[in-house]
Design a protein around this ligand. Structure first.
Ligand SMILES: NC(=O)c1ccc[n+]([C@@H]2O[C@H](COP(=O)([O-])OP(=O)(O)OC[C@H]3O[C@@H](n4cnc5c(N)ncnc54)[C@H](OP(=O)(O)O)[C@@H]3O)[C@@H](O)[C@H]2O)c1
Length: 249
């Protein structure tokens, strides 16, 4: 039973073929939306994701590959989108990477690449999405940030800076477009069991879980539930907010 009716709504989910974004795509499809799920380059994962969907939902889902850090590629994607769809109702920006290292040893390229994908990429995509939403005077935007942007974390200066930057961009954009019926919010997941943290040893996972007041990692579906709330009718007066789904981290 879907939580809400999003039929006739068109959504773009960046990073929408795996992990948290994959769960958001599934949730939107279950609510009746049509979804374009984008990814960086892992075509095998995107194909497996599509294949895993029930037939009826697969017909409402397409996948597209491009690098969100590349503004020309983002613009080309939106031109292709316009040729197929008349409107854009929802953007969920999940595409993100980490390349950890302590500042004293962090290569310039790792600083730049994480900022380029996580922050520049979100700007590139949000700019194009909001241009389309402004015309029809409605829309919902959700960025996936991280508590690391608020807390800071050893070896994650680049990642934390990108995620803190996202919150600042979200709050500014929310103020710019509120009068046009567009809400802009962040969801901030704590430690969520995805390939994103896949290289952590079992020992590290136990140690991290012990830091969480709920004493466990979150599930992707628990993050998708929060995103759905912000996309639905119950959240019409919620904008410029950060919904933290972190087990109390
Ligand atoms: N997992 C956590 O504990 C956690 C906690 C807080 C916040 N987050 C945030 O949640 C978001 C999703 O994380 P996740 O755990 O679901 O990660 P994930 O499983 O690694 O999935 C990342 C997704 O982003 C896409 N992507 C990566 N770089 C891209 C690029 N340059 N251009 C376009 N798409 C790109 C990937 O595409 P490919 O499949 O082609 O690689 C994939 O679809 C990220 O922004 C992350 O920072 C995660």
């Amino acid at each position: 039973m879907p939580l809400q009716d999003l039929s006739n709504q068109i959504a773009i989910v960046t990073g929408g073929t795996r992990g948290i974004g994959g769960a958001v795509t599934r949730a939107l499809l279950a609510c009746g939306a049509t979804v374009v799920a984008t990814y960086g380059g892992n075509a095998a994962a995107a194909e497996a994701f599509l294949a895993s969907l029930p037939d009826e939902e697969r017909q409402r889902c397409t996948t597209r590959a491009f690098d969100v850090a590349d503004n020309q590629a983002v613009e080309a994607f939106f031109q292709e989108f316009d040729a197929k769809y008349e409107q854009l109702d929802i953007l969920v920006n999940c595409a993100g990477i980490r390349q950890d290292g302590v500042v004293a040893m962090l290569p310039e390229e790792s600083w730049r690449r994480v900022l380029s994908v996580n922050l520049d990429g979100a700007f590139h995509v949000a700019k194009q999405a909001v241009l389309r939403m402004l015309r029809k005077r409605s829309g919902r935007v959700v960025f996936i940030t991280s508590p690391m942007g608020r807390l800071g974390w050893n070896g994650q200066a680049n990642y934390a800076a990108s995620k803190a930057g996202l919150v600042g961009m979200c709050r500014s954009l929310a103020k710019e477009v509120a009068r046009r019926g567009i809400t802009v919010n962040c969801v901030s997941p704590g430690f969520i069991d995805t390939e994103f943290i896949g290289e952590l040893s079992e020992e590290q996972k136990k140690e991290y879980a012990s830091l969480v007041p709920c004493r466990r990692f979150g599930r992707v579906e628990e993050v998708a539930d929060g995103v759905l709330y912000l996309l639905g009718p119950l959240a019409g007066y919620v904008t410029g907010s950060v919904l933290e789904i972190s087990g109390g981290l």
